[in-house]
Unconditional design. Structure first.
Length: 83
């Protein structure tokens, strides 16, 4: 469902205090609702894509996924994010 691009989550599978983390300086975010709100309008979905690079893996109590993101942010100057 490209959660990082759309912000649409299946909330039933996330604990209310679930931590979303990445190398992004604005991370980590604790809470599916906060994460969803933060990314919902960030990317222009028509000009962006997300590629899952492998099967997500369970490591301890975390699900770890590696992906590649390319896209355009919905800011006035339309900056591009490249892999």
């Amino acid at each position: 469902r490209h959660v990082v691009l759309t912000g649409r989550l299946t909330r039933d599978v996330y604990a209310p205090d679930c931590v979303f983390d990445s190398p992004d300086p604005d991370m980590p975010v604790r809470s599916p609702d906060i994460f969803s709100t933060a990314v919902r309008g960030l990317f222009d979905r028509r000009l962006s894509k997300l590629e899952l690079l492998g099967e997500p893996a369970l490591r301890g109590d975390a699900v770890v996924a590696e992906w590649r993101l390319e896209g355009t942010l919905r800011l006035p100057w339309r900056p591009a994010i490249t892999p």
